[in-house]
Ligand binder design. Structure first.
Ligand code: BGC
Length: 425
């Protein structure tokens, strides 16, 4: 295997999500914003970057870079504004977009859930309640019908553990429950939801590839020799990174906090329920034990002096390589569905890409079956609690005019995607 080369069938793409880009969506996040829950309580997603009205232009930007994969999400709130009532016009628009991708030779990776919910969802069917599964099943059946006859790759859920940690265990994302029991119940239901979504798509086309996007973070003990910090990193790695992947490959959800509790739940139909493993990687977090709830603190350090990213995260490509190798145990093809940097100057993204793709190639050379790399993101977008400060886009967006302009990383990424050779920027 050539250490600097990507094989011809390796898929390069870019990733997005509906709420962060499309604009004009009313959902649990727009309500959260109005309730003053963002870091800047006056910030709003609003028209986002108007991707809903500029889809064709944005698809052309993607293909201009030689990228052949586009990850996007179907917005549940747009398509099912009231329980059981679906919006045909919105569905027709998504269908048209999917067809445009196929015509452009682009593989659509369709995410069915990327953090957001219709406004009715939490009152009627929170993830921790039994009512979620029938509501979800109605939704995923609709999605399967919408994609019928088109070759798509399905990502059932984006980063379930991030949503659960932020919205169920703590109170920073909607629904803001702050309830450990509800968090565990919701995790079980999300595993079941993945199985239901898979079935809905496979019934129509057994060849459809179905997986989910798991956020993997490298956890390190903040005080390297402190046994409590070390134990915390191990528990976080097992619970946050691997428990769900193990459930969806092995069939049992196992959560263990040594000396505190162990929970085992068989998840019916979960064994072998992923055709590929979607991996999202950004950074390393240092964990420090605290004697009072929530018992841990996590911080970003910069021991290599590479400079934290503008959002304050460590640039740690070695963690990417480590986690890719750690996922070899699942025996599944790996699709990197997100990796990127908040780089407000636009000057650091090419270097970040180079370092992370070098790790990816190294892992491949060691036998890790990585088949795709999607950069987060195609365009600058609404960054949840941080709103509009961060810039993750290959293309920057001026929100006053909605003008898109390429960052220097565009030329670089294009060179790699088209030459299939990794050379420094
Ligand atoms: C999420 C994206 C987000 C990105 C950068 C990922 O965890 O899936 O929605 O924009 O990280 O924070």
């Amino acid at each position: 295997m050539d250490a600097d080369r990507f094989p011809d069938d390796f898929l390069f793409g870019a990733a997005t999500s509906a709420y962060q880009l499309e604009g004009g969506i009313e959902n649990d996040w727009s309500a959260w914003e109005r309730a003053g829950k963002l870091k800047d309580p006056a910030a709003r997603c609003g028209p986002a970057v108007d991707h809903w009205n500029r889809f064709d232009e944005d698809l052309a930007l993607l293909t201009s870079l030689g990228l052949k994969g586009f990850r996007f999400s179907l917005e549940w709130a747009r398509l099912e504004p009231e329980p059981g009532r679906f919006d045909d016009a919105a569905a027709a628009r998504y269908r048209k977009n999917l067809e445009a991708m196929r015509q452009a030779g682009v593989t659509p990776v369709v995410t069915l859930h990327h953090f957001t919910h219709p406004t009715w969802f939490h009152a009627q069917a929170g993830w921790h309640t039994p009512a979620v599964l029938p509501a979800w099943e109605r939704w995923v059946r609709f999605c399967a019908q919408l994609c019928d006859g088109l070759e798509v790759v399905v990502c059932t859920l984006n980063e379930p553990l991030v949503l659960l940690a932020a919205g169920y265990l703590s109170k920073v994302f909607p629904p803001g429950l702050g309830d450990p029991r509800a968090t565990v119940a919701a995790l079980e239901n999300m595993a079941r939801a993945h199985v239901l979504a898979r079935a809905a798509f496979k019934e129509r086309n057994p060849a459809t590839k179905v997986g989910l996007a798991q956020h993997l973070m490298l956890f390190a003990a903040d005080r390297r020799w402190n046994p409590l910090d070390q134990a915390l990193s191990r528990v976080a790695d097992a619970a946050f990174n691997h428990a769900l992947l193990e459930a969806l490959t092995g069939g049992e959800l196992l959560l263990r906090v040594p000396g505190v509790t162990t929970l085992r739940r068989p998840i019916e139909g979960a064994k072998g329920s992923m055709d590929y493993l979607g991996l999202n990687y950004y950074t390393r977090g240092h964990l420090r034990f605290r004697p009072t709830p929530p018992f841990l603190e996590y911080v970003f350090r910069d021991p290599h002096g590479r400079g934290l990213t503008d959002i304050g995260w460590e640039v740690y490509p070695e963690g990417f390589g480590f986690l890719l190798r750690a996922c070899k145990r699942y025996g599944l093809p790996i699709w990197v569905l997100e990796n990127g940097i908040d780089d407000r100057s636009g000057q650091r993204r090419a270097g970040y890409l180079h370092q992370h793709l070098a790790e990816l190639l190294r892992a491949r050379a060691e036998g890790v079956d990585v088949r795709a790399y999607f950069h987060w993101s195609l365009l600058d977008n609404f960054e949840w609690l941080e709103a509009w400060g961060p810039r993750f886009g290959l293309f920057q967006v001026d929100r006053a005019t909605m003008r898109r302009s390429p960052t220097p990383a565009c030329e670089y990424f294009k060179r790699i995607a088209t030459s299939r050779m990794l050379t420094p920027p």
